[in-house]
Ligand binder design. Structure first.
Ligand code: SAH
Length: 462
């Protein structure tokens, strides 16, 4: 097989980046925009030693799971990899993926665990509370807002992303029409000239508060009061501001925030904890499903009010503050300093006094505190990034012998690897919950409850 060869294959799986995967002559071929069950004609684009990349030329027989993607630009955008699949089938696919990884890579016996049915969304669109639209001009010189076509820097006009808040479209239309009337130039990446680079929009789904932040290549916005006039008429508008980014870079946001109108933050809730969100702060993008996932983590932590809990990779403390309401004391550890500053602020504003936070690597802070201060934990929660936990951390967790470990994960392959370690070292995986935090994409989150084996025997004996 070589470049430009045409062949017919059947798609059998989906890769971690969302491409369909089929086989030909023992080679795995990755084909974007296909789903399992599709019989397709493809053209080879690039061959490696054991696998290759091919382009979808024609769907010969569509998969029974296939539907027309509701977004007309789904294929060009690439942000949604499986919009062309029935939502129910997306859920089954994700559920199977997590279970297969735990079985194959983690060596777990799922029949000995309580595997809960995947928690999907009733309405799997418009779930994102944050969107950043690049602003530019189309071929005819018209000002447009949209997104970069997969891996390029040309903007495809689309103000109505189906994953985003419904208010995005009205906001973008006002910004564009203000730019046209007031002759405000969009930024041009090639020349480094022009003012408006991106529009960042955030929404508090519970509070209905809206924030608009114009990312500008400069320090001053001409006729800004006319923009404010337009935007403040949109229901929920709470904060309008600018972010200064004068660098020639792909990074969207600069460091400096200028207030323009209203507050310089919005607020939102996860459970009964209130969060303050500024343009630069981290906040979970799907708060509805986050609450369900962290609700599971809370349930699995099984707190009575007497426990000391460590929440590792705590981010802005969402899980920590959720748990603090039911625990004696919670300690959070996170590597990003501004996230810890937010976690502390959020604790203070919510009157939560039994949560303390440390900046640093979980795999350094916890071992150090354990060796030097002999800190204890009844429950340890981890919510690591995709690469999973560092082994030094897992080692310390095992030494500390908490009664329960709750593992929240965004990558079931590394989850499986880490569960293999914990289950080989005295812990038993008891329950698994899977939550669809990002419908239409291949991402899936899960939570696993682990209990200390000898503690299980003790409770059985009692
Ligand atoms: N539960 C958190 C989100 C966790 S996402 C919340 O709701 O806010 C994973 C977090 O791990 C990120 O915030 C990332 O900055 C942090 N992180 C990455 N590597 C780390 C490490 N080695 N030690 C501690 N935190 C780390």
């Amino acid at each position: 097989m070589k470049k430009d060869d045409m062949l017919e294959i059947t798609i059998e799986d989906i890769s971690s980046d969302g491409s369909g995967v089929g086989k030909a002559d023992g080679f795995a071929l990755f084909v974007k925009d296909t789903i399992p069950g599709d019989q397709v004609k493809v053209k080879i684009m690039k061959m490696k030693k054991r696998y290759g990349y091919a382009r979808l030329m024609e769907i010969l027989v569509p998969s029974p799971d296939r539907i027309q993607a509701p977004c007309p630009v789904a294929r060009q955008c690439g942000g949604c990899q499986i919009q062309q699949m029935y939502y129910e089938r997306q859920l089954t696919f994700k559920e199977n993926k997590v279970c297969n990884n735990l079985r194959r890579l983690g060596g777990l016996d799922l029949s000995a665990m309580e595997v809960e049915p995947i928690c999907g969304m009733e309405e799997p669109f418009h779930y994102r509370n944050k969107a950043q639209f690049p602003i530019g001009r189309d071929k005819n010189g018209k000002i447009i807002a949209g997104f970069y076509a997969g891996r390029t820097h040309s903007i495809i006009a689309n103000t109505d992303c189906l994953l985003g808040a419904e208010e995005n479209e009205a906001i973008l239309n006002e910004v564009i029409s203000w730019m046209e009337v007031c002759k405000v130039e969009p930024y041009d990446e090639k020349t480094g000239k022009g003012l408006v680079r991106h529009v960042l929009i955030r929404k508090g789904f519970t509070t209905k508060e809206l924030m608009v932040c114009l990312v500008i290549n400069g320090r001053k916005i001409p006729q800004v009061e006319k923009l404010v006039d337009r935007l403040q008429k949109i229901e929920g508008m709470t904060a309008i501001m600018a972010n200064v980014n004068t660098e020639q870079t792909n990074v969207i946001l600069g460091k400096e925030i200028q207030p323009i109108w209203g507050q310089d933050y919005i607020e939102d809730y996860i459970g009964n904890v209130k969060y303050r969100i500024s343009p630069l702060s981290f906040y979970q993008v799907n708060p509805v499903q986050t609450e369900k996932l962290y609700g599971k983590a809370l349930e699995y932590a099984d707190l009575t009010g007497k426990e000391t809990v460590w929440d590792l990779y705590c981010g802005i403390g969402t899980i920590s503050l959720f748990l603090a309401q039911k625990a004696k004391q919670v300690y959070g550890v996170e590597i990003v300093p501004p996230a810890i500053a937010d976690a502390k602020d959020n604790a203070r504003r919510n009157g939560i006094q039994n949560a303390e936070f440390y900046v640093g690597k979980a795999e350094e802070i916890l071992p150090h505190k354990y060796e030097t201060e002999n800190v204890k934990a009844d429950v340890i929660v981890v919510d690591p990034p995709r690469k999973g936990c560092d082994e030094a951390l897992l080692e310390t967790i095992v030494k500390m012998q908490p009664e329960r470990v709750v593992y929240v994960s965004c990558d079931s392959a590394t989850l499986a690897r880490d569960l293999k370690y914990l289950t080989a070292n005295g812990y038993k995986a008891e329950r698994l919950a899977t939550v669809d935090m990002f419908p239409m994409t291949v991402h899936v989150e899960s939570a696993v409850k682990l209990v200390r084996e000898n503690q299980r025997i003790e409770t059985r004996v009692k």
